[in-house]
Write a protein that binds this ligand. Structure first.
Ligand SMILES: [Fe+2]
Ligand SMILES: [Fe+2]
Length: 456
């Protein structure tokens, strides 16, 4: 197992206590639930279920610790397949992801029902039929591709966070099935990493229990024992499922606090400034993975915002906060469908109203994390305008934090200078012509000038 390097600069809470890394990561997992369209807290619930199974299997602390981070990050690659799902199914990827998580992909009749309900539903009878036939013909290749892309994207995030190789390998293998009929490699039995075998069961069990209750989840676990699931893990799950407290935990308002405590005590990672930067960088990649049109957007906005802040004379700690907020400003976009994000023509008014929710969700999710309370307000206001005509709250000049005003300028500049589904990228003179037209009414003129100075 990789050793964890200790860095001196720890982040302290307001009351002076050290903060656990898992306090931030568990809060951010609400963003990982969004592209899967799972009820909020899905990742936390799978962690709760999986850690109980791990304890029941009497795993040693080192393995429980690796299992813990596997469970928290197993869907870090989930946003990477949004664009592809939209392309393959020509349907809202959120609806498809939600149904796909519960689908028994080894049962032909279930697959057929799934495709009939979700593929090409807006294409007319002939279009839908030909899409279903094409998907059926390529079904094995399609599911393997989705598992591979998602798994590899997730593993990359794990590595960027400096977590052990065993966690990355497990994140890559969550879609493997015990009988060798899973993807992407068709691994069988104990050739599948143990943490991945546990994670697979947890995600199916949670998706089903959240919708149809615990008896349905238990029946599904038993029904897929030996095909999807390792029978030994199903047996451990059935044992923990006998405890009422186990089920009560899943719906408990304090679930996140309980999950934070599940990290093995002698292995707890203490939060440092560097680790916080790494988390912001990693989640920026997760956000930008959502659409092929936003690759690198959050990182570039952070780079521009930081440059503007520097030219404005901000000190280093303030610049660090600004950069983190810029990296995370679009966190809520993970909950917007690729049917909107990737739409090849201009979006409708209703779709525009839908996209506006992303700013609210960014603030909501970040606001759950105590050390991000201020950052959450900054991120939530990145579409506000000085004249009060922005969204989501129509805040005016003095109510909009300075960091938000910088991020807004950087955000619009990046949007204008990159290709979007319905238009080509603009060159710098054209982009600044537009930014100048928005100065003082919508944007802070000073920051437009500083950005121009930096770009030039
Ligand atoms: Fe945004
Ligand atoms: Fe943005």
């Amino acid at each position: 197992m990789a050793t964890y390097k200790t860095i001196a600069k720890t982040v302290k809470a307001e009351d002076g206590r050290e903060i656990h890394y898992s306090e931030v990561l568990t809060g951010l997992t609400y963003a990982l639930d969004l592209p899967l369209a799972q009820p909020a807290g899905h990742t936390l619930r799978t962690c709760w279920i999986g850690m109980h199974i791990g304890r029941q299997l009497e795993l040693p602390p080192d393995q429980l610790w690796e299992l813990y981070y596997t469970l928290l990050l197993k869907d870090a690659g989930g946003s990477r397949i949004g664009s592809r799902l939209f392309e393959l199914f020509y349907n809202d990827d959120l609806v498809v992801q939600n149904a796909y998580r519960k689908l028994n992909r080894q049962q032909f009749k279930d697959v057929l029902r799934f495709l009939n309900k979700h593929a090409g539903i807006y294409e007319g009878t002939f279009g839908q039929l030909s899409r279903i036939i094409n998907l059926l013909i390529q079904w094995k290749a399609v599911t393997a591709e989705l598992s591979k892309v998602k798994g590899e994207a997730g593993a990359e995030i794990v590595k960027n966070l400096d977590l052990p190789e065993a966690v990355a390998a497990a994140v890559c293998a969550v879609d493997e099935h015990f009988n060798g009929k899973g993807q992407p490699q068709g691994l069988e039995g104990d050739k599948i990493p143990l943490y991945a075998r546990i994670a697979l069961l947890t995600q199916v069990v949670d998706a089903i229990q959240a919708e149809d209750g615990k008896d349905a989840a238990l029946a599904e676990a038993e029904g897929r024992s030996g095909t999807w699931f390792d029978p030994q893990i199903v047996a451990a799950f059935k044992s923990v499922a006998e405890e009422d407290a186990f089920w009560a935990g899943l719906t408990c308002a304090e679930l996140r606090a309980a999950v934070i405590k599940l990290e093995p005590k002698d292995k707890v990672i203490i939060l440092t400034e560097e680790k916080l930067d790494d988390l912001a960088q990693a989640f920026a990649v997760i956000i930008d993975n959502k659409s092929d049109f936003t690759k690198g957007h959050s990182a570039r906005v952070a780079e521009y915002a930081e440059a503007v802040g520097k030219l404005d004379g901000m000190d280093m700690p303030s610049l660090r906060q600004l950069k983190r907020a810029a990296l995370l400003h679009d966190l809520g976009r993970l909950g917007i469908s690729n049917a909107i994000l990737d739409k090849p023509v201009a979006i409708t008014k209703t779709e525009h109203e839908m996209t506006q929710k992303h700013a609210v969700w960014s603030e909501e999710i970040l606001g759950r994390i105590s050390i991000f309370r201020q950052l959450a307000v900054v991120a939530g206001a990145h579409h506000e305008r000085l004249d009060g005509l922005g969204y989501p709250n129509g805040k005016k000049k003095d109510d909009i934090p300075g960091d938000s005003r910088i991020i807004t300028v950087a955000d619009i500049y990046d949007a204008l200078t990159t290709t979007r589904p319905h238009r080509e990228r603009m060159d710098n003179p054209k982009a600044f012509e537009i930014l100048n037209g928005m100065r003082d009414g919508a944007l802070e003129g000073k920051y437009v000038d500083l950005l121009r100075k930096n770009v030039e």
